[in-house]
Design a protein around this ligand. Structure first.
Ligand code: ADP
Length: 227
């Protein structure tokens, strides 16, 4: 599912943001990647999305070796995963329905399928009644659920959430975590990237802690205790 093999990322001129990281995340796991600011979380995310390439080592995501992938294969690789960005990245001039339909249209999915799938996806995240609203008419938590709905349009095997509680109230973070748990319970791999210790220890089955570009702790196979 996700394999980092001895991955190093050096930004020019000489900032090592990731230093010989090896890790494996299996299908169906629910993993938190936890680290303070500057630890390398964004770098980890960008390497997985192939927005950056590793300086050395291999990054393999859903069967694609991102160190070797051809440019024309990248859109296909990206369709195997769904990302919920911290700032949601919704299109302000489009309604909730259109934001999700648009994500399907750009990948050449037919109108008939879109008409069937968008209402279904909206019902999954409990937003059926908000289909005609614009993003600015929604609460932060609702906007985030639209972002999650959009991440689910291609039935991805892997969902990645970047700081899911960063831009919403604490009560709403429970809601989004419960949704991620539900998505995981049907077999989707979920990776949450965050700096929030408490959140990680509350929800995680597995926590990979990174610091200064290295994995400093991985609870894989161990019990996770709140600290
Ligand atoms: P985090 O997301 O955990 O805050 P980042 O992955 O953004 O960490 O950053 C890790 C390190 O790499 C930091 O020292 C940061 O300053 C540096 N860094 C990140 N992106 C770049 C870049 N494009 N150019 C140079 N240095 C970068």
């Amino acid at each position: 599912m996700i394999d980092f093999k001895n991955v190093t990322k050096v930004y020019k001129p000489d900032i090592t943001a990731m230093d010989k990281v090896s890790l494996h995340i299996d299908k169906g796991e629910f993993v938190f990647v936890l680290g303070p600011s500057g630890a390398g979380k964004s770098t980890f995310l960008k390497l997985m999305l192939r927005e950056e390439t590793a300086t050395s080592g291999d990054v393999i995501v859903n069967g694609y070796n991102l160190s070797k992938i051809k440019q024309r294969e990248i859109p296909y690789m990206r369709r195997t995963l769904g990302v919920v960005f911290q700032d949601f990245r919704l299109i302000p001039t489009m309604t909730v329905y259109e934001n999700i339909a648009f994500a399907m249209r750009v990948t050449n999915i037919g109108e008939k399928d879109i008409k069937k799938r968008v209402p279904y996806i909206l019902s999954l995240v409990g937003l059926s009644s908000k289909a005609k609203k614009f993003p600015t008419q929604l609460s932060g938590g609702e906007q985030q659920r639209v972002a999650l709905a959009r991440a689910l349009v291609h039935s991805p095997r892997l969902v990645i959430a970047d700081e899911p509680t960063g831009n919403i109230d604490p009560e709403l973070s429970v809601e989004i975590m419960e949704l991620l748990k539900a998505i995981n319970s049907v077999g989707t791999t979920v990776v949450v990237v965050t700096h929030e210790h408490e959140l990680a220890y509350k929800y995680a089955k597995r926590i990979i802690e990174i610091k200064d570009g290295r994995v400093v702790n991985d609870t894989a196979g161990k019990a996770v205790h709140a600290r």
